[in-house]
Design a protein around this ligand. Structure first.
Ligand SMILES: Cc1cc2nc3c(=O)[nH]c(=O)nc-3n(C[C@H](O)[C@H](O)[C@H](O)COP(=O)(O)OP(=O)(O)OC[C@H]3O[C@@H](n4cnc5c(N)ncnc54)[C@H](O)[C@@H]3O)c2cc1C
Length: 343
């Protein structure tokens, strides 16, 4: 059993930022990730451009400088995260998932981890920070056929859709971006969305282009519809207006309907989660949960977000508050963030 004062679960942007803040104060810790550093961003389709401006994604004062001075891409941000890890000499134990959590006999916490190759290790710590994000698994539609092999949960490599009939399910940002990119790669694209119009927060450089393609009939958009069944070569769509059904021939189905958080790490320790989203109850001045010594950082705090409220931009303060609480400093004040235009 390896003992350490603090353990951080998650090497996403906010988990890393927490590590930097602890390291700056000379507070020892260990940090694990089930995947790579920034695994959620690794999973973005290649070339994805951030909605947030680079300065709002910057960690602990390290400038995120992009090649074009525009909003950064997935690849630029992954390179940036690697630079942060190297600059601060962060010890990241990647591909080592925390698989078991419990309370220590004399206080604190016990953890068991499993590496990619199947080795298990045990650790004990006095303080635990869970920065495990909010996208543990894709949401399910709950219709027959959604596990068929031609049903995908994210775009992946857009090139593969050349000459294929693709149904994109969803009307938020990821769905719209995927529809546009699959179309550009030569797919015949249909969008099915429950809403009466595409979501209001689609990136402002995606929305007008997609709307123009829909208006010109190059991309088909079936609003107020939802899949009732997915079959090998077609999808049965149901109208939410009158309940009637129609079929769409497909080669691929892209379910871009969001993700769910996994609250099990918090539940294992008896932390209180609340509401439909299962948000983590915590003291915002220290990010401590209802379990003494257990802190939460980043998007993990919000559980499954039905409407995005917590993202990288407004989570940087979590890292500072946790480090301040651990070192007995006064609570860092709320940052002043200019409001972004709704788009
Ligand atoms: C396409 C897309 C575009 C986005 N654009 C923006 C944007 O423009 N601006 C913005 O602010 N946000 C954006 N987001 C959201 C952003 O990616 C998240 O807010 C951000 O990654 C959250 O950071 P985090 O550190 O809280 O958690 P995450 O980045 O989700 O990191 C959590 C980490 O914990 C690890 N983990 C989970 N469970 C375990 C376990 N049991 N053991 C060990 N490790 C574990 C995961 O592998 C993961 O690496 C976007 C998201 C998507 C999908």
């Amino acid at each position: 059993m390896h003992e350490v004062p603090t353990i951080i679960i998650g090497c996403g942007p906010i988990g890393l930022e927490t590590a930097v803040e602890l390291k700056r104060r000379g507070l020892p810790y260990l940090q694990f990730d089930a995947g790579a550093v920034g695994q959620q961003i690794v999973d973005f389709p290649s070339g994805t451009r951030w909605f947030s401006s680079p300065e709002r994604l910057s960690i602990s004062g390290v400038p995120f400088i992009t090649a074009t001075n525009e909003k950064g891409t997935r690849e630029e941000y992954l390179a940036y995260l690697r630079a942060v890890v190297e600059q601060f000499d962060l010890e990241v134990r990647t591909f080592e998932r925390v698989i078991e959590l419990g309370h220590g006999d004399g206080g604190g916490f016990r953890l068991r981890t499993r590496t990619l190759s199947g080795l298990t290790h045990e650790f004990a710590c006095e303080r635990l920070v869970i920065a495990s994000g909010g996208t543990a698994r894709p949401r399910r539609l709950g219709v027959p056929g959604e596990d068929l092999p031609h049903v995908h949960r994210s775009l992946g490599e857009a090139h593969r859709y050349l000459g294929r009939r693709v149904l994109v399910v969803g009307g938020r940002n990821s769905a719209c971006e995927s529809a546009l990119r699959a179309f550009r790669c030569g797919a015949e694209v249909t969008i099915s969305y429950r809403g009466s119009e595409l979501h209001e927060r689609v990136k402002y450089w995606i929305r007008p282009e997609l709307m123009a393609m829909i208006a010109s009939g190059q991309v088909r958009c079936l609003l107020e519809t939802e899949p009732a069944a997915i079959e090998s070569d077609q999808v049965v769509l149901r109208s939410l207006k009158d309940g009637s059904t129609s079929t769409i021939p497909v080669d691929d189905v892209l379910l871009e309907i969001g993700y769910e958080a996994d609250g099990s790490l918090f539940e294992a320790l008896g932390a209180r989660l609340e509401g439909e989203d299962r948000a983590v109850v915590h003291d915002p001045s220290t990010m401590e949960t209802t379990v003494p010594g257990l802190h939460v950082a980043g998007t993990a705090v919000a559980g499954t977000q039905s409407r995005f409220r917590v993202y990288i931009e407004n989570s940087h303060i979590h890292a500072k508050r946790i480090a301040a609480a651990f070192s007995g400093e006064p609570v860092p004040p709320d940052p002043v963030l200019p409001k972004l235009p709704e788009s």
